[in-house]
Design a protein around this ligand. Structure first.
Ligand SMILES: NC(=O)c1ccc[n+]([C@@H]2O[C@H](COP(=O)([O-])OP(=O)(O)OC[C@H]3O[C@@H](n4cnc5c(N)ncnc54)[C@H](OP(=O)(O)O)[C@@H]3O)[C@@H](O)[C@H]2O)c1
Length: 254
């Protein structure tokens, strides 16, 4: 059973589709339930072989939660565990991204810094704490944190965003160390500039942005990222933990 935050966004939708195609029961989370319903309708139905076992007739679940609000996270994760039994995989994908104030660090309003850090860094921490209790009890689980290749490029005017995603890489390593003894893997995926509604709104030249600097010379689509997330969500990656892997068509090297 996979819980994906930010499921109403371009990357989150693609992750949910792929995980459901691979046979998972998906809990798709976001702040706005209305934005999640079309996705739930289009996901392939839960197969009898999905391992839902004790949850005969389980269906994919839309979940309203705000990752910047710990009480909302607690309530959302409790609902998922009640309805779907457990969380085997958490994909921490939600982030403040498309609506950021852009400014040099010396002009960035501190309220905006706090909002972005509370969402992009504290949010995955709070989400992970909420699912970790069950994972520790069962002695298994996968957490996949979606960070960003901007940590390597250090994009100007994005101090809050880049710092939050760099912090998430550090948090991934600590969580891997602390959850490893319980058989839980924690890894991060760092996409490069990927064509979603949010990123298209950010850049007038989104379709060609950064393409020349990449090795593969084409624009990145959400579907380019799903294979790695599916792998890190599966037991095939069961001896990989604490790692951050860049998916950007060979623009940055780690
Ligand atoms: N697109 C790119 O080029 C790119 C590159 C590198 C990394 N990333 C990362 O990939 C992830 C997804 O990006 P995207 O392009 O798909 O962005 P997006 O469309 O803006 O998706 C972000 C999602 O997060 C949710 N969200 C935002 N704040 C939230 C909060 N406080 N609580 C719960 N949910 C919240 C939004 O849903 P609601 O508004 O409905 O709640 C939305 O579904 C983000 O972590 C982003 O930083 C993106």
């Amino acid at each position: 059973m996979c819980l994906v935050t930010g499921s109403s966004g371009g990357l989150g939708r693609a992750f949910c589709r792929r995980l459901a195609e691979d046979g998972a029961v998906v809990a798709a989370a976001g702040r706005n339930l209305e934005r999640l319903l079309p996705l739930i309708d289009e996901l392939p139905p839960v197969a009898a072989s999905s391992g839902a076992g004790e949850l005969e007739g389980a269906t994919h679940l839309p979940v309203q939660l705000d990752i910047s609000d710990p009480a909302s996270v607690e309530a959302g994760v409790r609902l998922v565990e009640e309805r779907l039994g457990r969380v085997d995989v958490l994909v921490n994908n939600a982030a403040a991204y498309g609506d950021l104030t852009r400014a040099p660090f010396w002009e960035l309003p501190l309220e905006e810094w706090d909002r972005v850090l509370a969402t992009n860094l504290r949010g995955p921490l709070v989400m992970s704490r909420a699912v970790a209790a069950g994972m520790r009890e069962r002695g298994s689980g996968h957490i996949v944190n979606i960070t960003s290749a901007t940590f390597w490029s250090g994009s100007a005017n994005w101090a809050h965003y880049v710092a939050s995603k760099g912090g998430l890489i550090g948090l991934t390593r600590v969580m891997a160390k602390e959850l490893g003894p319980f058989g839980i893997c924690v890894n991060a995926v760092a996409p490069g500039f990927t064509l979603t509604e949010a990123s298209r709104d950010l850049m007038a030249d989104a379709e060609t942005y950064g393409v020349e600097r990449g090795s593969l010379k084409r624009a990145q689509q959400p579907e380019d990222v799903v294979g790695l997330v599916a792998f890190l969500a599966s037991d095939d990656s069961g001896f990989i933990t604490g790692q951050t892997i860049i998916v950007d068509g060979g623009r940055q090297f780690n």
